[in-house]
Design a protein around this ligand. Structure first.
Ligand SMILES: [Zn+2]
Ligand SMILES: [Zn+2]
Length: 262
């Protein structure tokens, strides 16, 4: 990949694939925004929870209240019938379990952009070769992908990187991006997209003209295990809360409650 430097404009970093506590991440939206401000040099970020667009509303509130020196792109990671798709710069949530074609068209109708995360990875519900071939062959109108995530710092990203890079350079030929897919604070920005300029508009132009560069470092096996443990604790907490709410609704418990009240 060749990046053309013009007018000595500096390069900046973007991380467009981060998960928050509103989904299966471990940090709140506010904690993520503060971490990006205080510990990274990212200029554009997006929080992309699975089939959940709440982060956009929450982040908007904090971005208006506090002075952050980076821009926030609303987004979500949508589960399509063919796998995960990053729907970025959208205005409204996109429904899950729709066909890949329908999802892509809906994102573009909202003037959003579609990035293929952890491509070809069966382990992380990455979109498979056959589905990407379909998009490549039939692209036109609203049906196309804006970019592909060729650097994803997680273990699944590491596993699929070589094949995905080869695939994109020979068949799909779309913009190449790097994202952390962070589920905890310290992973944010470990992988990123390098682009010329420092605003969201500059990033859109770089993606459009395929002038982005995926870079970063992979999480070590140790870091992956630590993260799995952290997330397990979170899952257990959510599951316990869910179970408690369900138990309270059981007729047996309802009767007992009524009995006590009477
Ligand atoms: Zn995913
Ligand atoms: Zn993800």
């Amino acid at each position: 990949m060749i990046l053309y430097q013009s007018n000595n404009i500096p390069y900046s970093k973007a991380d467009l694939h981060i998960h928050s506590k509103l989904g299966d991440g471990t940090a709140t939206v506010k904690e993520i925004l503060d971490y990006v401000q205080n510990y990274t040099d990212l200029k554009v970020i997006s929080i992309t929870d699975h089939d959940n667009f709440e982060s956009a509303e929450v982040a908007k509130k904090w971005m208006e209240q506090k002075k952050y020196n980076f821009e926030f792109m609303p987004g979500m990671e949508v589960t399509t019938l063919s796998g995960h798709l990053l729907a970025l710069n959208i205005k409204k949530p996109i429904r899950k379990w729709q066909s890949l074609k329908k999802t892509i068209i809906e994102v573009h109708r909202q003037r959003g952009i579609c990035i293929v995360p952890h491509p070809l990875s069966w382990l992380a519900l990455g979109i498979r070769r056959g589905c990407l071939n379909y998009v490549a062959k039939n692209q036109g109108g609203h049906l196309y992908v804006d970019g592909i995530e060729l650097f994803n710092s997680t273990l699944v990203g590491r596993m699929g990187q070589r094949n995905a890079t080869k695939y994109n350079r020979t068949i799909l030929k779309t913009a190449e991006l790097g994202n952390s897919d962070a589920h905890n604070l310290s992973s944010i920005g470990t992988a990123f997209t390098l682009f010329q300029g420092n605003t969201m508009t500059d990033l859109f132009a770089a993606i459009k003209y395929k002038q982005t560069l995926p870079l970063g470092k992979f999480m070590s096996i140790k870091e992956n295990i630590r993260l799995c443990k952290e997330r397990n604790i979170l899952y257990k907490r959510i599951y316990k809360k869910y179970l408690r709410s369900k138990i309270k609704k059981l007729p047996l418990f309802r009767k007992k409650k009524n009995f006590i009240e009477i």
